[in-house]
Ligand binder design. Structure first.
Ligand SMILES: [Zn+2]
Length: 122
């Protein structure tokens, strides 16, 4: 996975930029950001399916999950654990539920309609 390290870092820069001056991108539940980064890093679009296969096999089903589950370290991941309890990142509720059950962090199937989430766990 060394090959992807630079890409992870760039993805991290987008999803969790250093400082406030940079616009923060949000994971859309797909590989839109990673795809753009990989293409810029010299991957052919025909290679991407293979790359994403590998990422999926490691629990990276979307841009943010790549950083949470596949990358060894990422600011996004540290920021997530660091900020627990004091204002949650976007996927925190879902992530926490999964973590409590000992599963990998996952964003797949996450509902898109944020805002009203009346769902309760018992
Ligand atoms: Zn995501």
């Amino acid at each position: 996975m060394l090959l992807y390290c630079g890409a992870f870092r760039k993805l991290d820069d987008l999803l969790c930029p250093i400082g406030d001056s940079l616009a923060r991108e949000h994971c859309g539940g797909d590989y839109k950001l990673s795809e753009a980064i990989l293409l810029k890093s010299g991957f052919e679009s025909s290679d991407l399916a293979d790359v994403f296969d590998v990422l999926r096999s490691r629990g990276g089903f979307c841009d943010c999950e790549i950083l949470y589950n596949v990358a060894e370290t990422s600011r996004l991941k540290s920021a997530y654990w660091h900020n627990r309890g004091q204002g949650s990142p976007r996927h925190a509720k879902e992530l926490e539920k999964l973590r409590d059950r000992g599963l990998a962090i996952a964003h797949t199937g996450l509902r898109k309609n944020s805002g009203k989430e009346g769902q309760k766990d018992k």
